[in-house]
Design a protein around this ligand. Structure first.
Ligand SMILES: [Zn+2]
Length: 228
């Protein structure tokens, strides 16, 4: 039963991530949620078998079935990360359903930030709404309030100095208010460590600016796996 639960959640996660990638791609089109996917190159409408998360990519060896153009490997990675991201969700619990919406919204922002190094604030609206509806303010103690104020001020200063995007501050506040400030700090710490490792491994120029929200998403997933 446990294996079934794990596998089902993994599959749901890959589907949600796959859909998030499609939404980010077509955010400015008229029907970006329900219209069928097309190949980015030949614009051929994809069949259901071409859209199975992870498996279609592997079966088609990362190429479009119709024009043989390469499908970006990042799509496979998004789906794989999605599989792990929703692994701890109990879809019978209302709080976890709210977490799903929040995670999906952060997924949208992370994909958009990864691709364009910016994102449309509308992608974060579901997460902001869920945070306002399911906030933990009443459970905050004095220490929580201090942490929230202290770290928000530090991040706010970096935003003011244009060393950090406003979106990063928004995501921090969302995590701190929906979960708690200590969890948000742990997520930020993991994200920063991952960013430093990426910087060392990739050896990009010093002034190269990395999108931070994908690292925050990874930090959130790793925290769920290791610390919860
Ligand atoms: Zn094609």
């Amino acid at each position: 039963m446990n294996l079934f639960y794990t596998l089902t959640n993994f599959i749901i996660g890959t589907c949600l991530a796959s859909h998030a990638a499609v939404i980010c791609e077509r955010i400015n089109t008229t029907d970006f949620i329900f219209s069928r996917s097309r190949c980015n190159y030949c614009h051929f409408e994809l069949a259901l078998l071409d859209e199975i998360p992870l498996l279609s990519f592997l079966y088609l060896k990362g190429h479009c079935r119709y024009c043989q153009q390469k499908i970006p490997v990042e799509l496979f990675l998004f789906e794989l990360i999605g599989g792990f991201a929703f692994e701890h969700i109990d879809f019978n619990q209302s709080r976890d359903l709210a977490t799903t919406i929040l995670l999906f919204s952060i997924f949208l922002v992370a994909i958009s930030d990864y691709r364009q190094k910016e994102f449309d604030l509308i992608l974060l609206t579901p997460a902001i709404t869920i945070t306002l509806l399911c906030h933990h303010f009443t459970a905050f103690n004095l220490f929580d309030w201090f942490i929230l104020f202290f770290f928000s001020s530090i991040l706010g200063w970096y935003v003011f100095k244009q060393k950090l995007g406003l979106g990063d501050l928004f995501i921090y506040l969302i995590l701190a208010i929906y979960f708690d400030p200590t969890s948000a700090n742990q997520i930020l710490l993991i994200a920063s460590v991952l960013l430093i490792i990426t910087y060392i491994v990739e050896n990009n120029p010093k002034d190269y600016s990395y999108p931070f929200i994908p690292f925050i998403l990874l930090g959130l997933i790793i925290k769920q796996w290791l610390l919860d």
